[in-house]
Design a protein around this ligand. Structure first.
Ligand code: NDP
Length: 321
């Protein structure tokens, strides 16, 4: 009988990927993406890797025959994509299937940051409503705001469509202007921050975006300013944000992503004007199942047809031979 392709799965992985892979592949699990865990035999025979946004270059280097890395995440800032590209290894991600879910979360985080709904619910649950009277009026509201979206890709556009329904003026900053939208374009993030009072970040984590949400940008947003980050934690300078929230440089922030997940700085947790979520933007059962299916279907497609379904732009390869 024919040998089934060997797929290595290091670290945490969605249970649906683990359930589906053995239908088509020989699946080998490792505790983590550590080259010390890769035997010479495994390094020679594995042809694919499925991972959750973690693939250091030294781990990839332990495999001589790997053709494809299927990532369970649309963001691939944790994948050594340059090393993969140099070797002709295709990297796939999970675009589009999570756009609407993540955009919903961005809007929820925005409304919670402005209107303090989590604090209001905690107030009710603590019995304060009956004892002390109504929850305090919120100084912040979505009404009358002007929103700048940092990153207007697949998810950024889904966020913008929702904001159109809220009746707010929308601007965006990306490296290149889009010719398919009517929103106001700013070639500079700083200039956009000066023009709006509400900033939503949904750019990928990269050397270029690292700490671009910083003291200068908070200053530009001003004292009514609100920052929402659903992109990557590395984009935002958390130390500068804590100072800006404490000093009233900006009014509030809502974060789904952090610099050193799952660790969130204590001085951020202590701030009432920070609304904090544990990286749950895509975390519904249906959306995570759709992402899991796309991971498995990319691997199946690669070995059945020689083409991946959703390769990242850096690795536009087809299977050799
Ligand atoms: P896309 O690739 O479709 O969009 C990325 C956007 O960011 C583009 O508009 C791009 O425009 C812009 N961009 C990239 N680099 C820069 C830069 N240096 N300066 C300014 N703009 C930049 O990605 P998606 O919309 O699918 O996803 C975006 C990111 O959201 C993911 O990479 C991931 O990190 C994050 N994410 C977070 C989730 C969560 O759970 N919190 C869930 C899903 C995604 P241009 O190239 O013109 O600059």
């Amino acid at each position: 009988s024919e040998q089934r392709p060997v797929i290595v799965v290091p670290g945490r992985m969605h249970p649906r990927v683990l359930a589906r892979l053995p239908d088509t592949f020989e699946m080998i699990r490792l505790d983590e993406a550590d080259p010390a865990l890769v035997s010479p035999e495994l390094g020679a025979k594995a042809v694919g890797i499925a991972t959750t946004n973690r693939l250091p270059a030294d781990f990839l280097a332990a495999f001589q025959s790997v053709e494809i890395v299927a990532n369970f995440s649309v963001g691939y800032d944790g994948i050594a994509v340059e090393a993969a590209a140099e070797r002709g290894v295709v990297v796939t991600n999970t675009p589009d299937v999570l756009n609407e879910e993540v955009a919903d979360t961005a809007i929820a985080l925005l409304l919670n940051s402005l209107r303090r709904f989590p604090a209001a619910e905690a107030y009710l649950r603590a019995g304060h409503w009956a004892q002390k009277g109504p929850f305090p009026l919120t100084p912040l509201s979505l009404r009358g705001r002007s929103v700048g979206i940092y990153g207007l890709g697949r998810i950024g556009q889904a966020i913008a469509r929702r904001l159109e329904g809220f009746g707010l003026p929308i601007s965006y900053h990306t490296r290149s202007r889009r010719d398919d939208v009517a929103y106001t374009y700013y070639p500079s993030l700083k200039a956009m921050a000066e023009a709006v009072d509400t900033l939503i970040s949904i750019v990928p984590g990269s050397d270029e975006t690292r700490h671009t949400l910083n003291a200068e940008i908070f200053q530009a947003l001003g004292s009514r300013g609100v920052v929402i980050n659903v992109g990557r934690g590395s984009t935002l300078d958390e130390t500068a944000l804590v100072a800006a929230l404490k000093e009233g440089t900006i009014a509030a922030a809502g974060l789904d992503v952090f610099e050193n997940e799952p660790h969130v700085p204590e001085d951020l947790i202590a701030l009432e004007n920070a609304t904090l979520l544990p990286h749950v933007a895509s975390a519904s059962e249906d959306t995570r199942n759709a992402m899991a299916d796309l991971v498995v279907d990319n691997l199946k497609s690669w070995f059945a047809t020689g083409k991946a379904l959703t390769p990242v732009p850096e690795t536009p390869f087809e299977r050799k031979g």
